[in-house]
Design a protein around this ligand. Structure first.
Ligand SMILES: NC(=O)c1ccc[n+]([C@@H]2O[C@H](COP(=O)([O-])OP(=O)(O)OC[C@H]3O[C@@H](n4cnc5c(N)ncnc54)[C@H](O)[C@@H]3O)[C@@H](O)[C@H]2O)c1
Length: 299
């Protein structure tokens, strides 16, 4: 995978060198998003950051929109992109992120509504409405803000764009996240479907990615809290997911798994007929009960 990524990055550098002499209609087979303009919320770290790098390596111009200003801005510089402070719960911030893309490159082709928070763990019998409101504000209203402003801009510029929303394996199967988080992610899948229904008329596609078991700050933080082990490292979390949270034994999720899924959904050429879809990237965990696999053993 990393060899392939290096090829893409090398190819991106070559394309940059040659871009004045090349016709824009010629598409390198290694560049999957040439000239596309993307906004990634929550793009400063984790899955969003990995996707920002892979989008840029595939020829896209990337706006990173996050509340982590220092690392977000540094990442944007490193990939030739732009950074904007954006709290997705504030509609005006999200609108400003989309406007930055349009001011910079004249349009927005790809919106990745990726920003998310985990919410408070614990029993439904102790649910804190304040926490629920906060998680819905970020994970659901933040996504709705992104769909709304990306769609407005795409319609205005006649762009057949791709809107991608971060859902979760928790939207597919119970027991994988806090109650508020699970509810928010289920609602994201529903909102993406209804938006896909409306926006297809303009050639705009709306899809979800349901990631699982990627040892980001969010997931490692959750393991540390729940298991009461502040020293837990990302590698240990990856190992546990690989053993107990994946049908592909020994293989947990990686940022790159989700980033490649996002590149696929973003590409009109590859996923132009895919909309209203929830792309589950979970090592098969939510599709079968691995505990019953003994029934397939020979006598
Ligand atoms: N890691 C996993 O295994 C996993 C599984 C399923 C779904 N997801 C989803 O993937 C997305 C990315 O999560 P991650 O795992 O990379 O976690 P992460 O915590 O590393 O990244 C989340 C990013 O969102 C940003 N963010 C949080 N609140 C924000 C706000 N109000 N406005 C703007 N940005 C904000 C954070 O600053 C951070 O950069 C989330 O929506 C998460 O729910 C992750």
């Amino acid at each position: 995978m990393f060899h392939f990524l290096k090829l893409e990055i090398d190819s991106f550098a070559d394309r940059k060198k040659n871009e004045t002499s090349q016709s824009s209609s010629i598409r390198s087979p290694l560049l999957r998003l040439p000239g596309k303009v993307a906004v990634i919320t929550g793009g400063a770290r984790g899955i969003g950051a990995g996707t920002a790098k892979l989008f840029a390596a595939n020829g896209a111009h990337v706006v990173i929109a996050d509340v982590l200003d220092d690392i977000g801005a540094a990442l944007a510089v490193s990939i030739g992109g732009r950074y904007i402070h954006c709290d997705v719960t504030l509609e005006s911030d999200v609108e400003a992120a989309v406007n930055l893309a349009v001011t910079w490159k004249g349009k927005i082709d790809i919106m990745f509504n990726n920003a998310g928070i985990p919410g408070r763990d614990g029993s439904i019998t102790n649910l804190d409405p304040g926490d629920t409101n906060r998680i819905l504000a970020v994970n659901l209203q933040g996504v709705l803000n992104g769909i709304k402003h990306a769609a407005r801009s795409m319609i205005r510029t006649g762009t057949r764009g791709s809107i991608i929303c971060a859902a979760s394996s928790a939207a597919v199967m119970g027991g994988l996240g806090s109650h508020g988080y699970t509810a928010s992610k289920g609602a994201v899948v529903a909102a993406a479907r209804s938006s896909a229904c409306e926006l297809g008329e303009y050639g705009i596609r709306v899809n979800c990615i349901s990631a699982h078991g990627v040892p980001s700050e969010m997931l490692v933080g959750a393991f540390r809290r729940i298991l009461g082990r502040a020293e837990m490292a990302a590698e240990e979390v990856a190992e546990i997911v690989g053993e107990r949270g994946s049908l592909v034994k020994g293989r947990g999720g990686k940022v790159e798994d989700v980033a490649y899924g996002a590149v696929f959904l973003a590409s009109e050429e590859e996923a132009g007929f895919v909309t209203g879809h929830n792309l589950v990237i979970d090592g098969g965990y939510t599709c079968a009960d691995g505990n019953m696999s003994f029934i397939y053993k020979e006598d």
